[in-house]
Design a protein around this ligand. Structure first.
Ligand SMILES: Nc1ncnc2c1ncn2[C@@H]1O[C@H](COP(=O)(O)OP(=O)(O)OP(=O)(O)O)[C@@H](O)[C@H]1O
Ligand SMILES: [Mg+2]
Length: 283
Protein backbone atom coordinates (compact mmCIF):
# COMPACT_ATOMS: atom_id res chain seq x y z
CA UNK A 1 0.00 0.00 0.00
CA UNK A 2 1.39 3.42 -0.93
CA UNK A 3 0.91 5.78 2.00
CA UNK A 4 0.90 9.48 1.36
CA UNK A 5 3.15 10.65 4.16
CA UNK A 6 6.51 9.20 3.24
CA UNK A 7 10.00 10.65 3.11
CA UNK A 8 11.14 10.60 -0.51
CA UNK A 9 14.60 9.06 -0.72
CA UNK A 10 15.85 11.04 -3.71
CA UNK A 11 17.18 7.79 -5.20
CA UNK A 12 15.45 7.26 -8.54
CA UNK A 13 13.39 4.07 -8.52
CA UNK A 14 13.80 3.36 -4.81
CA UNK A 15 10.59 4.97 -3.53
CA UNK A 16 8.52 2.54 -5.61
CA UNK A 17 10.43 -0.34 -3.99
CA UNK A 18 9.81 1.05 -0.49
CA UNK A 19 6.09 1.66 -0.96
CA UNK A 20 6.53 5.43 -1.29
CA UNK A 21 9.76 6.16 0.60
CA UNK A 22 11.04 5.99 4.17
CA UNK A 23 8.60 6.15 7.07
CA UNK A 24 8.99 9.47 8.98
CA UNK A 25 11.06 9.42 12.19
CA UNK A 26 12.87 6.19 11.50
CA UNK A 27 16.46 4.98 11.29
CA UNK A 28 17.29 3.59 7.86
CA UNK A 29 20.43 1.51 7.42
CA UNK A 30 22.35 1.39 4.14
CA UNK A 31 24.70 -1.57 4.15
CA UNK A 32 27.38 -1.91 1.47
CA UNK A 33 31.01 -2.68 0.82
CA UNK A 34 33.65 -0.13 -0.21
CA UNK A 35 32.63 1.74 -3.34
CA UNK A 36 29.07 0.39 -3.34
CA UNK A 37 27.65 3.92 -3.34
CA UNK A 38 26.72 4.49 0.32
CA UNK A 39 28.02 8.05 0.42
CA UNK A 40 26.41 8.90 -2.90
CA UNK A 41 23.10 7.47 -1.60
CA UNK A 42 23.38 9.62 1.54
CA UNK A 43 24.01 12.78 -0.45
CA UNK A 44 21.08 12.09 -2.78
CA UNK A 45 18.89 11.68 0.30
CA UNK A 46 20.00 15.06 1.63
CA UNK A 47 19.70 16.86 -1.71
CA UNK A 48 16.10 15.64 -1.97
CA UNK A 49 15.54 16.98 1.54
CA UNK A 50 16.88 20.39 0.61
CA UNK A 51 14.50 20.39 -2.39
CA UNK A 52 11.65 19.74 0.01
CA UNK A 53 12.75 22.43 2.48
CA UNK A 54 14.04 20.01 5.14
CA UNK A 55 16.94 20.81 7.43
CA UNK A 56 19.81 18.51 6.40
CA UNK A 57 22.71 17.33 8.56
CA UNK A 58 25.66 15.28 7.31
CA UNK A 59 27.88 13.66 9.95
CA UNK A 60 31.03 11.91 8.85
CA UNK A 61 34.24 10.59 10.31
CA UNK A 62 36.29 10.95 7.19
CA UNK A 63 34.81 13.79 5.15
CA UNK A 64 34.74 17.49 5.92
CA UNK A 65 33.02 20.21 3.88
CA UNK A 66 35.83 20.33 1.32
CA UNK A 67 35.81 16.56 0.80
CA UNK A 68 32.04 16.57 0.41
CA UNK A 69 32.16 19.40 -2.12
CA UNK A 70 34.83 17.54 -4.10
CA UNK A 71 32.79 14.32 -4.17
CA UNK A 72 29.58 16.03 -5.12
CA UNK A 73 31.22 18.16 -7.83
CA UNK A 74 32.53 15.03 -9.52
CA UNK A 75 28.91 13.91 -9.90
CA UNK A 76 27.73 17.30 -11.17
CA UNK A 77 26.08 18.49 -7.97
CA UNK A 78 27.73 21.91 -7.93
CA UNK A 79 24.91 23.37 -5.83
CA UNK A 80 26.17 21.64 -2.66
CA UNK A 81 28.67 24.41 -1.97
CA UNK A 82 25.86 26.99 -1.98
CA UNK A 83 23.65 24.84 0.22
CA UNK A 84 26.39 24.71 2.82
CA UNK A 85 26.92 28.47 2.59
CA UNK A 86 23.17 29.07 2.92
CA UNK A 87 23.05 26.84 6.00
CA UNK A 88 20.61 24.43 4.37
CA UNK A 89 23.13 21.65 4.73
CA UNK A 90 25.37 21.30 7.74
CA UNK A 91 28.49 19.16 7.38
CA UNK A 92 30.14 17.89 10.54
CA UNK A 93 33.32 15.93 10.72
CA UNK A 94 33.92 14.03 13.93
CA UNK A 95 36.98 12.10 14.92
CA UNK A 96 36.02 8.52 15.56
CA UNK A 97 38.39 8.15 18.49
CA UNK A 98 36.58 10.99 20.29
CA UNK A 99 33.07 9.78 19.66
CA UNK A 100 31.06 7.02 21.15
CA UNK A 101 27.45 6.34 20.21
CA UNK A 102 26.35 7.93 23.47
CA UNK A 103 28.51 10.94 22.82
CA UNK A 104 26.72 14.06 23.95
CA UNK A 105 28.50 16.38 21.53
CA UNK A 106 27.05 14.49 18.63
CA UNK A 107 23.50 14.42 20.02
CA UNK A 108 23.69 18.05 21.10
CA UNK A 109 24.81 19.01 17.64
CA UNK A 110 22.03 17.03 15.98
CA UNK A 111 19.43 18.50 18.31
CA UNK A 112 20.61 22.08 17.98
CA UNK A 113 20.67 21.85 14.18
CA UNK A 114 17.30 20.17 13.82
CA UNK A 115 13.82 21.56 13.29
CA UNK A 116 10.38 20.04 12.63
CA UNK A 117 11.58 18.35 9.42
CA UNK A 118 15.14 17.12 9.68
CA UNK A 119 17.13 14.64 7.61
CA UNK A 120 20.18 13.20 9.33
CA UNK A 121 22.97 11.23 7.68
CA UNK A 122 25.73 9.46 9.57
CA UNK A 123 28.25 8.25 7.00
CA UNK A 124 29.44 5.91 8.21
CA UNK A 125 28.17 4.60 11.51
CA UNK A 126 30.74 1.79 11.51
CA UNK A 127 33.64 3.65 13.19
CA UNK A 128 31.31 4.50 16.10
CA UNK A 129 30.36 0.93 16.78
CA UNK A 130 33.17 -1.16 15.34
CA UNK A 131 34.27 -2.25 18.80
CA UNK A 132 30.79 -3.08 20.06
CA UNK A 133 29.59 -6.45 21.24
CA UNK A 134 26.03 -7.75 21.46
CA UNK A 135 25.67 -6.50 25.05
CA UNK A 136 25.64 -2.97 23.60
CA UNK A 137 22.25 -3.58 22.06
CA UNK A 138 20.46 -1.33 24.56
CA UNK A 139 22.89 1.51 23.99
CA UNK A 140 22.51 1.40 20.24
CA UNK A 141 18.75 1.16 20.67
CA UNK A 142 18.81 4.22 22.91
CA UNK A 143 20.85 6.15 20.33
CA UNK A 144 18.49 5.12 17.52
CA UNK A 145 15.51 6.29 19.58
CA UNK A 146 17.18 9.68 19.99
CA UNK A 147 17.78 9.85 16.23
CA UNK A 148 14.09 9.04 15.62
CA UNK A 149 13.06 11.89 17.91
CA UNK A 150 15.27 14.33 16.05
CA UNK A 151 14.27 13.39 12.49
CA UNK A 152 14.49 10.76 9.79
CA UNK A 153 17.97 9.26 9.65
CA UNK A 154 20.05 7.41 7.10
CA UNK A 155 23.09 5.67 8.52
CA UNK A 156 25.57 3.77 6.44
CA UNK A 157 27.30 0.60 7.54
CA UNK A 158 30.37 -0.92 5.95
CA UNK A 159 30.00 -4.49 4.85
CA UNK A 160 33.09 -6.48 5.84
CA UNK A 161 35.11 -7.66 2.84
CA UNK A 162 34.77 -11.26 3.98
CA UNK A 163 30.98 -10.86 3.79
CA UNK A 164 30.51 -11.69 7.51
CA UNK A 165 27.25 -9.97 8.45
CA UNK A 166 27.14 -11.65 11.85
CA UNK A 167 29.50 -9.26 13.65
CA UNK A 168 27.77 -7.03 16.23
CA UNK A 169 28.79 -3.85 14.38
CA UNK A 170 26.74 -5.00 11.37
CA UNK A 171 23.96 -7.07 12.83
CA UNK A 172 22.99 -4.70 15.70
CA UNK A 173 22.10 -1.79 13.40
CA UNK A 174 20.37 -4.20 11.02
CA UNK A 175 18.23 -5.59 13.87
CA UNK A 176 17.50 -2.24 15.44
CA UNK A 177 16.99 -0.13 12.32
CA UNK A 178 13.53 0.36 10.86
CA UNK A 179 14.61 -0.21 7.30
CA UNK A 180 17.71 -1.94 5.93
CA UNK A 181 18.91 -1.73 2.34
CA UNK A 182 21.80 -3.76 0.98
CA UNK A 183 23.88 -2.29 -1.84
CA UNK A 184 25.95 -5.02 -3.38
CA UNK A 185 28.77 -4.61 -5.82
CA UNK A 186 29.39 -8.00 -7.35
CA UNK A 187 31.86 -6.58 -9.82
CA UNK A 188 31.23 -8.91 -12.75
CA UNK A 189 31.21 -6.30 -15.48
CA UNK A 190 28.51 -3.80 -16.45
CA UNK A 191 25.12 -5.40 -16.79
CA UNK A 192 24.24 -6.79 -13.38
CA UNK A 193 27.26 -5.86 -11.36
CA UNK A 194 25.47 -3.70 -8.77
CA UNK A 195 22.29 -4.83 -7.05
CA UNK A 196 20.02 -3.33 -4.39
CA UNK A 197 17.80 -5.32 -2.05
CA UNK A 198 15.52 -4.21 0.77
CA UNK A 199 16.31 -6.52 3.69
CA UNK A 200 13.46 -5.17 5.80
CA UNK A 201 11.07 -2.24 6.11
CA UNK A 202 9.17 -2.11 9.40
CA UNK A 203 5.49 -1.20 9.23
CA UNK A 204 5.58 -0.94 5.49
CA UNK A 205 5.26 -2.95 2.34
CA UNK A 206 8.42 -3.32 0.24
CA UNK A 207 9.21 -5.06 -3.02
CA UNK A 208 10.98 -8.39 -2.77
CA UNK A 209 13.99 -9.42 -4.79
CA UNK A 210 17.11 -7.73 -6.09
CA UNK A 211 17.14 -4.71 -8.36
CA UNK A 212 20.09 -3.70 -10.51
CA UNK A 213 21.37 -0.17 -10.02
CA UNK A 214 23.94 2.04 -11.67
CA UNK A 215 25.82 5.11 -10.56
CA UNK A 216 25.29 7.77 -13.21
CA UNK A 217 27.07 11.06 -13.54
CA UNK A 218 24.58 13.82 -12.73
CA UNK A 219 22.06 11.49 -11.08
CA UNK A 220 23.91 9.28 -8.63
CA UNK A 221 22.26 5.95 -7.84
CA UNK A 222 19.62 4.94 -10.35
CA UNK A 223 17.63 1.78 -9.59
CA UNK A 224 16.39 -0.15 -12.58
CA UNK A 225 13.80 -2.84 -13.03
CA UNK A 226 11.03 -1.16 -11.03
CA UNK A 227 8.66 -0.68 -13.97
CA UNK A 228 7.03 -4.03 -13.35
CA UNK A 229 5.97 -2.74 -9.91
CA UNK A 230 3.97 -0.01 -11.63
CA UNK A 231 2.53 -2.62 -14.03
CA UNK A 232 1.44 -4.67 -11.02
CA UNK A 233 -0.66 -1.78 -9.74
CA UNK A 234 -4.34 -2.18 -10.25
CA UNK A 235 -7.23 -0.45 -8.58
CA UNK A 236 -9.38 -3.03 -6.83
CA UNK A 237 -13.16 -2.71 -6.86
CA UNK A 238 -14.39 -5.14 -4.21
CA UNK A 239 -18.02 -4.83 -5.30
CA UNK A 240 -17.09 -5.74 -8.83
CA UNK A 241 -15.27 -8.86 -7.60
CA UNK A 242 -18.27 -9.83 -5.49
CA UNK A 243 -20.53 -9.38 -8.50
CA UNK A 244 -18.24 -11.51 -10.68
CA UNK A 245 -18.41 -14.23 -8.07
CA UNK A 246 -22.18 -13.90 -7.79
CA UNK A 247 -21.89 -12.93 -4.12
CA UNK A 248 -23.43 -10.17 -2.04
CA UNK A 249 -21.76 -8.13 0.69
CA UNK A 250 -24.34 -9.19 3.24
CA UNK A 251 -23.47 -12.85 2.63
CA UNK A 252 -19.84 -12.27 3.63
CA UNK A 253 -18.80 -12.34 7.28
CA UNK A 254 -18.20 -8.75 8.43
CA UNK A 255 -14.74 -9.51 9.87
CA UNK A 256 -13.71 -11.11 6.58
CA UNK A 257 -15.09 -8.12 4.70
CA UNK A 258 -12.93 -5.80 6.83
CA UNK A 259 -9.86 -7.86 5.99
CA UNK A 260 -10.73 -7.81 2.31
CA UNK A 261 -11.08 -4.02 2.32
CA UNK A 262 -7.57 -3.81 3.81
CA UNK A 263 -6.10 -6.16 1.21
CA UNK A 264 -7.80 -4.13 -1.52
CA UNK A 265 -5.81 -1.06 -0.51
CA UNK A 266 -2.56 -2.62 -1.72
CA UNK A 267 -3.98 -2.30 -5.24
CA UNK A 268 -2.07 -5.05 -6.98
CA UNK A 269 -2.94 -7.99 -9.14
CA UNK A 270 -1.63 -10.30 -6.41
CA UNK A 271 -3.95 -8.68 -3.88
CA UNK A 272 -6.89 -9.07 -6.26
CA UNK A 273 -6.18 -12.80 -6.58
CA UNK A 274 -5.83 -13.11 -2.81
CA UNK A 275 -9.27 -11.50 -2.33
CA UNK A 276 -10.83 -13.97 -4.73
CA UNK A 277 -9.17 -16.79 -2.75
CA UNK A 278 -10.45 -15.39 0.55
CA UNK A 279 -13.98 -15.27 -0.81
CA UNK A 280 -14.00 -18.62 -2.56
CA UNK A 281 -11.74 -20.79 -0.42
CA UNK A 282 -12.74 -20.30 3.21
CA UNK A 283 -9.98 -21.36 5.60
N1 LIG B 1 30.88 10.54 -11.66
C1 LIG B 1 30.68 9.22 -11.51
N2 LIG B 1 30.15 8.49 -12.48
C2 LIG B 1 29.93 7.18 -12.32
N3 LIG B 1 30.26 6.49 -11.22
C3 LIG B 1 30.81 7.17 -10.22
C4 LIG B 1 31.05 8.56 -10.29
N4 LIG B 1 31.60 8.97 -9.16
C5 LIG B 1 31.70 7.85 -8.38
N5 LIG B 1 31.24 6.78 -9.03
C6 LIG B 1 31.17 5.40 -8.51
O1 LIG B 1 30.79 5.49 -7.15
C7 LIG B 1 31.66 4.75 -6.34
C8 LIG B 1 31.89 5.44 -5.02
O2 LIG B 1 30.65 5.64 -4.38
P1 LIG B 1 30.61 6.01 -2.83
O3 LIG B 1 31.72 6.91 -2.48
O4 LIG B 1 29.23 6.46 -2.54
O5 LIG B 1 30.86 4.57 -2.20
P2 LIG B 1 30.86 4.18 -0.66
O6 LIG B 1 30.00 2.98 -0.56
O7 LIG B 1 30.54 5.34 0.16
O8 LIG B 1 32.37 3.72 -0.47
P3 LIG B 1 33.31 3.81 0.83
O9 LIG B 1 33.04 2.56 1.60
O10 LIG B 1 34.66 3.84 0.24
O11 LIG B 1 32.96 5.04 1.59
C9 LIG B 1 32.95 4.69 -7.11
O12 LIG B 1 33.63 3.50 -6.80
C10 LIG B 1 32.49 4.71 -8.54
O13 LIG B 1 32.25 3.38 -8.97
MG1 LIG C 1 31.57 6.37 1.66
Amino acid sequence: MIESKRIKTGVLGLDEILGGGFVPNTVNVILGSAGAGKTIFSIQYLLKGIDEGDKCIFVSFDMDEKDLIRTTRSLGWDEVENYIAENKLSVNKFFAENVSYVNNDLLNLLMSESNAKTRIVIDSFTPMISSLNFESRNDVNWFFNKLREIGTAVITIEEPLNGDLGAASVSLPLFLGDCAIHLKNIGYGEAFSRTLRVIKHRSSWHAEGVFPYRILDGIGIYVEGVDYLKGEKERIDVDEILEELGMKRRDVDSKLMERIERVAKSASRTARNAIIDLLTKPE
